[in-house]
Design a protein around this ligand. Structure first.
Ligand code: GUN
Length: 293
């Protein structure tokens, strides 16, 4: 049976470090501030933003959530972003994805000041990540996965990593992070996607397999090299007449099958999710520190 990587415990360690940084900032008269913007009433986004704001408050951040109706004109959202950019009480700004389809998400994310873009979605931060410039912000989910692997003691130097999914929030930045020539990276990264021929053959080569393509239980036991480290990023709701409410959540990994083959596996929930929040708040602490020098 695979060793389960306890994302909640590892996130608690990161939170303790962040709380100490927040306390040090507050001792200097700086209250780190994080603004959340949510547009529309996507139920998953409501839950995610609620969890992030609760943890921010617990760690001593000043935080606020603005909720805009789904029909808000993009120009009104851009006005709010400009006001947050200009307001020194806010060191970080998070606009929860997905945005309503009527909005042009790349234009919205490009309007956030790169110095306050603690989500790492602005083109300047995407570029800094690609260049290996640590003054930028890396997106929280891939940064959290790297931290999970480091704190679990998984060797990264020279490891064969296969990332499934080329999304801008997880897959692509995950590959950028792990391919860097630095001590917690230096991996050989293969990025697979819907155009990849024989995905299973790539997966079977992986020392570390990161599933982030959003296909329920895509990774089967037969696709995993015995002893490999498997990270499940997926959160997929599937119909199940036997479940309460007629549906249940599953990852991108067939948990039972893969846990019989893998050496390490992230559970879902309790694996990657808590680390996303931990990295968001660590990024926000750094945004406040960088604003004060
Ligand atoms: N939606 C899913 N993941 C994320 C994230 O990391 N940040 C934001 N802003 N929205 C998301």
């Amino acid at each position: 049976m695979a060793h389960l990587i306890d994302g909640r415990a590892i996130a608690a360690g990161v939170h303790a470090e962040t709380a100490a940084r927040v306390a040090a900032l507050r001792a200097r008269g700086i209250r780190p501030g994080l603004m959340f913007i949510r547009v529309g009433e996507d139920p998953a986004s409501q839950v995610y933003v609620g969890m992030k704001e609760k943890k921010a408050a617990e760690l001593g951040f000043h935080s606020e959530t603005r909720v805009l109706p789904a029909a808000t004109p993009e120009a009104d959202l851009l006005d709010l972003v400009a006001r947050v950019n200009a307001d020194p009480q806010w060191h970080g700004l998070l606009i929860q994805a997905p945005l309503p389809t009527a909005m042009h998400a790349p234009r919205v994310y490009a309007a956030v000041s790169p110095a306050k873009d603690v989500d790492g979605f602005h083109p300047v931060n995407v570029g800094k990540l690609s260049l290996g410039d640590p003054s930028g912000f890396a997106p929280c989910t891939p940064a959290g996965i790297q931290e999970l692997l480091v704190r679990t003691g998984v060797p990264l130097e020279g490891a064969e990593v296969v990332v499934l999914g080329r999304g801008n929030i997880v897959g692509k930045p995950m590959a950028s992070l792990l391919v860097q020539k630095s001590c917690h990276a230096n991996c050989t990264v293969t990025l697979c996607h819907s155009g990849t021929r024989d995905v299973a053959a790539h997966c079977r080569r992986a020392d570390i397999l990161i599933a982030a393509m959003g296909v329920p239980e895509f990774v089967r036991g037969s696709m995993v090299r015995p002893g490999a480290v498997v990270v499940d990023v997926g959160v997929n709701r599937i119909a199940d007449p036997a479940a309460r409410g007629g549906s249940r959540l599953v990852g991108d990994v067939a948990f039972e099958e893969v846990s019989a083959v893998a050496g390490h596996l992230t559970p879902n929930p309790g694996g990657v999710g808590p680390m996303t929040i931990a990295m968001l708040l660590a990024n926000t602490a750094r945004a406040a520190e960088q604003s004060a020098v």
